[in-house]
Ligand binder design. Structure first.
Ligand code: AMP
Ligand code: MG
Length: 710
């Protein structure tokens, strides 16, 4: 779902109207509609006037069928606990209603926020949680400074770990967002009532609605704002203008995904963790969602002069040094990111498990109050179950019924397994001693908050989606899929097996094989068809490929003979390097850049084409895609065959394991024997040096699966 209009509001907790002349520390509203037409910035003197203007704007936009994202620079929620204490539920929107019922905020900005804060303070032991009095006189129950207050709740929300944020409890002084929230939330509550089902507040509500409200923090891109502000522009004005146009310029899917991130109780600052994407969008230097890395240099495949035969490992090293990721980044909902490559480290947003909990069904108690021999503990009323925490404390010497996954109630640190107990419903009996913390899981024993759960470059698989979701990571920055173009060449090739083939013609075997490999490697396979042995035709196909793919694999015509039209063309264009690799099967590998896109000229022979694709193209494509270089993991097995091999080149034999786990090889090494590729389940790799193999000699076996071949 994308947004047609982005509104950014810089709010104010002022007690009197702001000056008539547009000034700082007042309400500013940035409105970005179409990416092309610039952004408006409107000044308002009072919250009342600003809210009226916003209502009118939202109504017009919704009536015109436009979707609106409206962001406000004050907290939408408080640290965990306040809502539950005031409303009986953790739902922040219930707290919105409760505050709206207490706050009075006149059209001239006169308001009772200090009195409401003091009233809330009175409900808690100590003199917190709110503090900060900007008036000359003391206000009973509202500490003047942070130093003289005692807060029963956390000082900050998880998202307020971001630098420069202020606590929601702070009502006076620099950046007193506390006052802005107390005076902003009731206004948003009124908007909710006015727009009803057309409005949702993220991340608390996930419905698709024409109007979406989110919390923002313009300082996330402070440096960019100061770079892009007009000379002499009021900072508040620059912030709303630049942030609104950045959000409007962002990739819609990315914006939608990040607007859903966050904690359902404490809320979230939209864009936290995505500052780079926001900044790029603001600067318009790159389409924000697609930070395109530098292109490869045209001479990246150059080989040192005078090199004759390059050993496989040296060729791989050169390839690795020549290439780097060429793929941009976008943010996807985690659930849709299977097969994609992480573009950043994924950091746990909270610990797993978040709190200590029970690992079994049984009875929980304090270990310190138990000992050896038969233990008989009275049961407290109620129980603790997963999703149904027990609110009370279990006194020392008592026990509570507890089920797997339940948070350990206060007073419980140890659980005895149900099967090891007897109970009559009022007492539970079991044999001591029980080990301290038995049958419990420690908070964070799996992953701790802030730990890197998965590193950049990791390709996401089903279990990774479980891990990320468990850690509250709902969206991930991933590389876009690498587009791999595949082109076959040769006058003898008939493009598809359903077309007739004369005896001098053969059906194209390489293209379906290479396209299938690319798909199996999670790339976007782009079929570039077939070109005859004709320079103009090959040129046209390569040019088409450079527009539609990030890398091109060709097969056929890659050697240096009269009929090797691919290499001839690439050489005329000046970027070809033929790598004479000491490898069997495989003739020279033609490497070139075509209009900025790397071209891997594979041999035409299907056996050699597959081996070169697995050995060279696979790690190269992986590097280009952002997933890093890859090396197949093989293992050593006894040979089930005999072979004498001369020194000087690496050999790969079509192989599979026999019933006894020894490697047998295909009956023929003929490179035209496609049936051997299908017969095989992997390759035996023979080293560059000479070897004499007899049955039982250890050889290195690389299963097809180790090349990601499915
Ligand atoms: P080339 O590399 O063009 O000299 O081709 C070497 C051998 O591979 C020749 O026998 C070609 O007919 C064969 N060949 C080339 N391209 C393909 C293809 N796409 N499918 C099957 N065989 C091919
Ligand atoms: Mg040919």
């Amino acid at each position: 779902m994308s947004f047609d209009t982005v509104v950014v509001v810089d709010w104010s907790g002022a007690a009197t109207p702001s000056p008539e002349k547009p000034s700082k520390d007042a309400i500013w509203i940035g409105i970005a509609r179409d990416t092309g037409t610039g952004t408006e910035a409107v000044y308002h003197r009072t919250r009342h006037a600003a809210t009226e203007a916003l209502s009118a704007l939202f109504e017009t936009e919704i009536a015109a069928g436009r979707r609106v994202l409206a962001g406000f620079d004050f907290p939408f929620a408080y640290p965990r606990g306040l809502g539950a204490a005031l409303t009986g539920t953790d739902d922040p929107l219930a707290l919105w209603a409760a505050l709206a019922g207490r706050i009075e905020d006149a059209p001239d900005n006169a308001n009772n926020r200090f009195e409401v804060a003091a009233e809330i303070n009175r409900r808690f032991p100590g003199n917190g949680p709110f503090w900060g009095n900007g008036r000359a006189r003391d206000i009973p129950d509202l500490p003047r400074t942070k130093a003289d207050h005692a807060n029963p709740f956390a000082d900050k929300r998880a998202c307020e770990a971001a630098p420069g944020t202020q606590p929601t409890w702070k009502l006076a002084g620099v950046g007193s967002v506390g006052s802005q929230a107390l005076l902003g939330i009731p206004r948003l509550h009124a908007l909710r009532q006015r727009f009803g089902a057309a409005l949702s507040v993220r991340p608390f509500e996930t419905r698709e609605t024409p109007l979406v409200l989110v919390e923002l923090f313009p300082s996330l891109i402070a440096k960019t704002v100061s770079d892009l502000a007009e000379p002499g522009e009021i900072k508040d004005r620059a912030q709303v203008r630049i942030l609104a146009s950045a959000l409007r310029a962002m990739d819609p899917a990315q914006l939608d995904a990040i607007s859903r991130e966050g904690d359902p109780v404490e809320g979230w600052i939209l864009g936290l963790g995505h500052e780079a994407a926001l900044e790029a969008a603001a600067r318009g230097t790159a389409p924000a969602a697609d930070l395109v890395p530098p292109r490869l240099r045209d001479d990246c495949f150059a080989m040192p002069q005078g090199v004759t035969w390059v050993p496989v490992d040296a060729a791989l090293e050169r390839l690795r040094a020549a290439l780097h990721p060429v793929i941009g980044v976008e943010t996807l909902p985690t659930a849709q990111a299977t097969g994609r490559v992480l573009a950043e480290d994924c950091v746990a947003r909270r610990s797993n498990p978040p709190r200590p909990n029970a690992a079994v069904d049984g009875y929980g108690f304090a270990h310190a109050s138990t000992g050896d021999g038969v233990q008989r503990l009275p049961l407290v009323r109620g129980r603790a179950a997963a999703g149904q925490p027990h609110a009370g404390t279990v006194p020392p010497g008592a026990a509570i019924r507890i089920l797997t996954g339940a948070i350990l109630p206060d007073g419980v640190d140890t659980v005895v397994l149900e099967e090891d107990t007897a109970t009559d419903g009022t007492t539970v009996a079991f044999d001591g001693p029980v080990k301290p913390r038995a049958n419990t899981r420690k908070a964070g024993e799996d992953v701790t908050e802030g730990a890197t759960a998965l590193p950049s470059g990791h390709r996401l698989r089903a279990p990774d989606l479980a891990l990320l979701s468990a850690l509250g990571i709902g969206a991930v920055p991933v590389h876009r899929p690498l587009r791999v173009g595949v082109l076959s060449t040769g006058d003898e090739i008939v493009p598809a097996p359903d077309l007739p083939a004369a005896p001098h013609q053969i059906w194209d075997a390489n293209r379906p094989m290479l396209l299938s490999l690319a798909r199996g490697w999670h790339y976007e396979a782009v079929d570039l068809g077939h070109a005859p042995d004709d320079a103009a035709a090959i040129e046209a196909h390569l040019t088409d490929g450079a527009a539609r793919a990030d890398v091109i694999l060709t097969s056929g015509g890659a050697s240096a003979g009269d009929e090797d039209h691919v290499s001839a063309l690439l050489r005329r264009r000046g970027t070809l390097t033929s790598w004479r690799i000491a490898l069997k099967p495989g003739r020279p590998l033609a490497l070139a850049m075509w209009q900025g896109v790397p071209v891997f000229g594979l041999p035409g022979n299907p056996v050699a084409a597959l081996v070169c694709a697995l050995i060279f193209a696979r790690p190269a494509l992986s590097l280009l895609s952002g997933a890093g270089w890859s090396t197949p993991r093989g293992f050593t097995v006894p040979a089930a065959f005999s072979k004498r091999k001369k020194p000087g080149r690496r050999e790969y034999l079509r192989a599979r394991l026999d019933a006894g786990g020894a490697a047998e090889v295909f009956r023929s090494e003929g490179s035209g024997r496609i049936s051997g590729l299908s017969w095989a389940e992997g390759l035996v790799e023979l080293p560059d040096a000479a070897v004499e193999i007899t049955p039982g000699t250890p050889v290195r076996y690389l299963p097809y699966a180790s090349f990601g071949l499915v």
